[in-house]
Design a protein around this ligand. Structure first.
Ligand SMILES: C[S@@+](CC[C@H](N)C(=O)[O-])C[C@H]1O[C@@H](n2cnc3c(N)ncnc32)[C@H](O)[C@@H]1O
Length: 309
């Protein structure tokens, strides 16, 4: 039974017993009568049963302490995101059988979670070895048929755009139903030696220009009215905070995306450095007069329904 199965047992649902409580209740139906399902155009969540979705986040502060390591997920790539971000986003913003597009596939977290949830995925990754590794991993897990992997440069709209369209067509789609972006956080982790790798941009402006090209490609490949998630953190350089998150949000807005939410997510669950290293960072923070990053962002955007396809 899926999370969004209308037959799922109701839990924790209390009926309004007084006028005051009834006034606060969203739907009031006679005892024993199920309200008609109310499903949004971009999700399988039945909002008439909104009380049943306690596991679905609606707040802008996400505390995820332990990485999900089940159903094919593993910490096998420095810089991969926690799967629960995808669980949340894909459950809220996609339907069964729909196709998501990830323009920075990395170790394939989005693709694995998409298939786990009964969706399909198209992913672009610059590094040939990583693309091959994810293909192998998905084959081992029996998930390869639902995922199209493109080894390419997401900042090159001409070549990669055509490859994405060909792959979407194989799934019977003209455009994707959800866009996921988890770019390098500028040069914090250097992913390769390629000059097309966003982590090798000469400076912040160079990084943002490359990211802007990716935003445009993502916008063009996404169906109007549909949503995009961007995961990114900020960085320090030469004693100054560089607000990469907000700078990237602005690049998304420039190409036409509307910002819907800014979610702050803890990163303490991701930290590898324990003990001596975290003491060193505490020392550096005290000496340098700054605060250690304990959060990153999940930005949520929508492509306007009125946007040209
Ligand atoms: C932060 S990681 C993504 C991690 C991924 N979400 C995961 O969970 O494994 C960023 C990825 O973007 C890739 N990348 C960098 N520049 C790229 C580009 N121009 N086109 C496509 N991928 C790129 C890097 O090789 C790296 O694998």
């Amino acid at each position: 039974m899926s999370d969004t199965d209308p037959k799922k047992k109701r839990t924790g649902r209390k009926r309004a017993t007084s006028h005051a409580a009834a006034a606060k209740s969203v739907s009031i139906e006679p005892a024993g009568v199920e309200p008609p399902p109310k499903v949004l155009p971009y999700s399988d969540i039945d909002v008439s049963r909104w009380r049943d979705y306690e596991h679905i986040e609606t707040g802008s502060l996400w505390t995820i302490n332990a990485r999900d390591r089940q159903n094919g997920h593993q910490l096998d790539y420095h810089g991969n995101c926690v799967p629960q971000i995808l669980t949340q986003l894909l459950t809220r913003y996609t339907k069964q059988d729909e196709v998501i597009l990830d323009l920075f596939l990395g170790s394939g977290t989005s693709a694995i979670e998409a298939v786990n949830l009964g969706r399909k995925a198209v992913g672009v990754e610059l590094k040939p070895d990583m693309a091959a590794y994810v293909r192998g991993k998905l084959e081992e897990q029996g998930k390869a048929e639902q995922v199209g992997i493109i080894n390419g440069d997401s900042s090159n709209a001409a070549w990669t755009g055509k490859a994405i369209q060909r792959t979407l067509k194989q799934f019977g789609k003209e455009q994707a139903d959800f866009l996921f972006l988890h770019p390098p956080y500028a040069d914090i982790i250097r992913f390769s030696d390629s000059e097309n790798d966003l982590s090798n941009a000469a400076d912040t402006e160079g990084f943002l220009d490359m990211f802007g090209n990716v935003c445009q490609l993502g916008f063009d490949m996404l169906a109007p009215g549909r949503f995009a998630g961007l995961v990114i953190g900020d960085k320090y350089a030469a004693g100054e905070l560089i607000p990469l998150g907000f700078l990237c949000m602005e690049r998304m807005n420039r190409v036409g995306f509307k910002t819907k939410s800014i979610i702050v997510k803890n990163i303490s669950g991701n930290e590898k450095a324990k003990g001596r290293m975290s003491n060193l960072w505490r020392y550096r923070a005290l000496v340098g007069g700054f605060y250690i990053f304990k959060h990153e962002y999940v930005f949520l955007f929508q492509k306007p329904k009125s946007a040209k396809r």
